[in-house]
Design a protein around this ligand. Sequence first.
Ligand code: SF4
Ligand code: SF4
Length: 678
Amino acid sequence: MEVGIGIAVTVLALAIAARRIFWLGRLVRSGRSAPDRLKGVFGHVRAEATDVIAQRKLFKRTVPGVAHAITFWGFIILLFTIIEAYGNLFSNNFAIPVIGHTAVLGFLEDFFAVIILIAILVFSVIRLREAPAKKERASRFYGSHTKAAWFVLLMIALVLITLLGYRGAQVNAGGFSYGWWAFASHLVARALVGLGHSANRTIEVVLLELNIAAIMGFLIFVVYSKHLHIFAAPLNVAFSRRPRALGPLATTPNIDLEEVSEDTVFGAGTIEQLSWKQLLDLVTCTECGRCQAVCPAWNTGKPLSPKLLIMSLRDNLFASSSRLLTGGGGSDASGESSASALVPDVISPDILWSCTTCGACVEECPVDIEHIDAIVDMRRYEVLMESRFPTEAGTMLRNIENRGDPWGLGASGRGEWMKGLDFEIPVVKDKLGEEIEYLYWVGCAGALDERARKATQATVRLLYSAGVRFAILAERESCTGDPARRLGNEYLFQTQTRKNIEVLDEAEIKKIIVSCPHCFNTIAREYPALGGNYEVIHHSQLLADLVANGRITMDHNFDVSVTYHDPCYLARHNRVINKPRSLLENIPGIKIIEMDRCKERGFCCGAGGSRMWMEENIGKRINLERTDEALATGADVIATACPYCLIMIDDGIKERQQADEVRVLDISQIAQETLSPS
Ligand code: SF4
Ligand code: SF4
């Protein structure tokens, strides 16, 4: 009888769960192919070890991180108790083969049962404390399905209470083979001993059946809820981009206009045009809200939340399931497309265009969801298939196409920043030549924006004085294509890229210095996919090395306080974090004050993702949010290492009417003021 009920419950639950998992698998596989994600998947052992087993990202929030890790590790140990529970259905002397009833296992099982119950209490307190606030945008649980989380906590508690209960009764009924190391079971036994042998035997049987029923109920609930991440997260981590989904975009579709047909689709306009990996992202989201809490768009009152974006796409995936699984092909009986347009039906244009591609969401997500790639794929569809994008962005695209820079100032102005220098910089006419080591890629902002030009001048003065042999392209330099790419115009990006690669390769350029982190990211990490392979160094790295090697020596103190703003495309996307700091730290007298949001967890200036060329009419301006944070440090100087950040924060300082008190400088300008090249 006991055996029959336990087995019947298990078979039924496994059948329901298997049906759901099979259905989810088919749904995910209905996405576009992503062959690159299958390559080297077994090499992702380290990612599984750090992100899944060691729960690395969860520890960024200490209390919930520790509670989650305890629960996760505990359930690995508690798998043994599940095996034992099934064994106990048949014999209450059951022991796992080879392992048996060792004291260590008995202790670990009880220890984790107890501390998971404590972790559940901690989760409950966190959720109760968040409950009044969760209707506020500031809460990371805003918009999450929190009732499901309560149910899961209840189910876990039920599994553990029935486990300790049946083991305690088993001690009294005879047949429990662990000694006092299984301390919690023996403590429960003490509480039950007064009920007598026969009552304990009944309690043992009832709680054992309930334990199995709770485990199976939990399994079914998991596969039907956001808690599916228990199974999906290890897969999502295994198929994620390594070392992280930052830096280059995931895909570089080959855009050859001669091969474009009526069936060609660029980007993602409907849910099935996302790849299977992107669909796996959707079903893996835990709704934890860590991405939402760090998103600069969300934090400044805009409608974009990376969490809500993923949840909306997931809802659309489930709503489209019958069409996707029956191969409906996106058409209804009348031949009209029955698929919802991702934009604007699922994701509003204001959400789509609010993203700065800063990467904070990707950095934070504990299950390695790749938000930026999905956002840019939807932008690609909007721009290339529908010609829908903010008007101002259209001007920027035309400027790049016709004049070679986003402002439309033209190539003739690209050398003007050199006026006033007391030395000549060689301009590459034909080949770079043996005697020149580097090409200095000035970048559109560095060459054309008045404020950024000062940083360019400071950089070249330091390079020249340190004896670095470098040349520039001047009028032959053109936009890398980064703003076009982040806006979704992959065609223009590839046109610019091919043009630039041709110029660079003709001049036989191997090593490039860049000041702009966006140029750095594009040339170093995106040009290789289109055949451009160069050794690229950011000016912060080279200057720091020149100081470390003694090629630039200190002359006098810089007795002011400085707070350093990390550019997203330098620190987060490319992990250049220590070199700019090392340059600053080597300056005598300087006092460095870190902002709370710094390094790879820094807060965006608001310019990335082409936002530099779009109006910002919703909520607080992102550059003001960052400027306010920098001003709150009380530093005399806000330093950065990116022309976009320089412009955005300088605008913020002016808007806050602090330009007379606080200076905004590139680290090269600080170095120039304080270091004397030897
Ligand atoms: S990339 Fe930045 S702006 Fe875009 S959704 Fe993520 S956190 Fe928000
Ligand atoms: S996308 Fe990642 S960080 Fe954001 S809510 Fe989902 S699991 Fe959490």
